[in-house]
Design a protein around this ligand. Structure first.
Ligand code: XUL
Length: 528
């Protein structure tokens, strides 16, 4: 009997999922989650982030993520009756793109963490940049354009790295730092992703970056899986000496370091490379074959699927990443996800039950009224200056706003995922909002495909635990096939399959056309 631990260090919270493999029986034995704002209030985050006045600069404290691991191990070992001696491997999922900047003290400090002291007291001075820019940051447009120009244009960068330059991607973020604070950049010994930083904390040494999360940097040559000289050169001086090596997602970073084993009485389990949350969700939703699509409705909303070839999006909206299962992953990301839903819910004075009632009562297509819910700068389509746009909606906010925000989010997903060229026969749904039947009905009607909710709402933490298991069997020389790993864990919720309603299909076919025209009109007015 073996157990595996998967973490998900997301924007707002840390989750841990423990899975157990007992012969042919597989089960999730524990899941624990807490919000950073509540568990670690001294860092002063709101929804896990430190926002600037204009919303373009969004950072988070890297020490908070480290302390969160300690708080989680403390809770898991105190509250759960688990035979920890059976813990074989640990992996994790982290919000993508965020970067952690370490000075020359860090390597030694990580190796010598003292298990009798708390972690935060030992790592306060290892950062060459006090805070970490994260995926919500949209302050690097100048750097994006400069990087694209240096490698021969946006399309050339997309072919090389899987994506044109995006504001939140790590390369543009590094370029901005090197440009604005040269001295601190020079003092930087190592630049980690959130994922490799977390793996470094657990293994007590600088962990490598996995190729899945490495694809979200605009720095990796997608076809060779190595750092691209051209992209590094376009980004910042001496960057190759500051980046950890790239490794497959199944690489072993080391074993759980004495800090953790002594402090929490744990075995020296294997530490498997951490990856990005969307890559882990791909595994945790069981997408191991081309043609399957999943939507994840969390802080960000994403739509993704497996691709056998790295064909990049022509219109520059999507991303292609190296998938942990060895193929490629196509994805489109929307920033105005759960926080936009919450804003409308709050503006209408509703709870989630009454929000659902409103969706049930209002008419699909919303009588032609629509919303572009750009409360925050939007990633897809690119909107740098936030501002919600409406047409035909009542004022002040009422039931039609509830329907408008959900229809807009689903139509935007359908529209901006066309580049993947997949006509899904079924959509798997995960994330908090996937539990809402009425929201899922809109998704089914807009996509014209049944939506199936998965048993586990945190597919990223589950995917990380499944990756830990897979890598452990690989390291032992008898790798378990992905299809078998997925088969044991990916259960759909009985009765959760939501079929599209036939008469709504035509309503949304027309609505989608109107939405597409309106969105492109609004965008061209904004950018003319
Ligand atoms: C992916 C992205 C977000 C973050 C946070 O490109 O920016 O989905 O990974 O979840």
């Amino acid at each position: 009997m073996s157990i595996y631990l998967g973490f998900d260090s997301s924007t707002q919270s840390l989750t841990a999922t423990i899975i157990e493999i007992d012969g042919a029986r597989r089960s999730v034995v524990a899941t624990r989650t807490f919000q950073f704002d509540e568990a670690l209030p001294s860092y002063g985050t709101r929804y896990g982030v430190l926002s600037s006045q204009d919303g373009a600069v969004v950072h988070a404290p890297p020490l908070m993520w480290a302390e969160a691991l300690e708080v989680m191990f403390d809770a898991l070992t105190r509250e759960h009756d688990i035979d920890w001696a059976r813990l074989r491997a640990i992996s994790g999922s982290a919000q993508q793109h965020g970067s952690v900047y370490l000075n020359t003290l860090a390597t030694d400090r990580l190796a010598r963490l003292d298990g009798t002291q708390v972690i935060a007291s030992q790592l306060g001075d290892v950062f060459s940049r006090a805070t970490s820019p994260i995926w919500m940051d949209s302050s690097t447009t100048e750097d994006c354009r400069a990087i694209e120009a240096a490698v021969g244009g946006a399309a050339a960068l997309a072919t090389l790295t899987g994506s044109r330059a995006f504001e939140r991607f790590t390369g543009p973020q590094i370029r901005k730092f090197a440009r604005e604070d040269q001295a601190s950049y020079q003092r930087t010994d190592r630049i980690h992703l959130v994922s490799s930083w977390m793996a470094s904390l657990l293994s007590g040494g600088n962990a490598s970056i996995d190729r899945g999360d490495g694809s979200g940097m605009n720095l990796m040559d997608l076809s060779s899986g190595q750092w691209s000289r051209a992209a590094l050169g376009a980004t910042a001086p001496d960057l190759d000496s500051k980046l950890p090596p790239l490794v497959p997602s199944s690489a072993i970073a080391g074993t759980l370091s004495p800090f953790w084993t002594q402090r929490f009485n744990l075995p020296p389990a294997r530490i498997v490379a951490w990856s990005g949350d969307n890559l882990c969700s791909l595994v945790g939703t069981g997408l191991v074959q081309e043609g399957q699509i999943a939507i994840s409705l969390g802080t960000s909303d994403t739509i993704f699927g497996v691709m056998s070839k790295p064909s990049v999006s022509d219109d520059g909206t999507g991303h292609v990443f190296a998938s942990p299962t060895g193929e490629f992953m196509g994805m489109t990301v929307f920033k105005n996800g759960s926080l936009a839903r919450e804003r409308i819910r709050n503006a209408c004075g509703l709870d989630w039950n009454s929000f659902s009632d409103v969706l049930r009562r209002t008419t699909p297509g919303n009588g032609g009224a629509m919303m572009l819910p750009w409360f925050e700068p939007e990633i897809t389509p690119l909107v740098l200056t936030p501002g919600v746009r409406t047409t035909g909606l009542s004022e002040p906010a009422g039931p039609d706003h509830v329907r408008a925000v959900i229809e807009a989010q689903m139509m935007s997903m359908a529209l901006h995922s066309r580049w993947m060229g997949v006509t899904p026969s079924e959509i798997r749904a995960t994330g908090g909002a996937a539990t809402n039947r009425e929201i899922m009905q809109v998704a089914a009607d807009v996509f014209g495909a049944p939506v199936q909710r998965l048993q586990q709402s945190n597919s990223a933490a589950l995917g990380a635990a499944m990756r830990a298991w897979h890598a452990d069997t690989l390291a032992d020389g008898s790798p378990m096939p992905w299809s078998e790993i997925a088969a044991g864990f990916i259960d759909t919720v009985a009765g959760s399959r939501i079929a599209p309603i036939r008469e709504n299909l035509e309503v949304y076919r027309r609505a989608l056309q109107r939405f597409e025209d309106w969105e492109s009109r609004v965008l061209s007015e904004r950018y003319q």
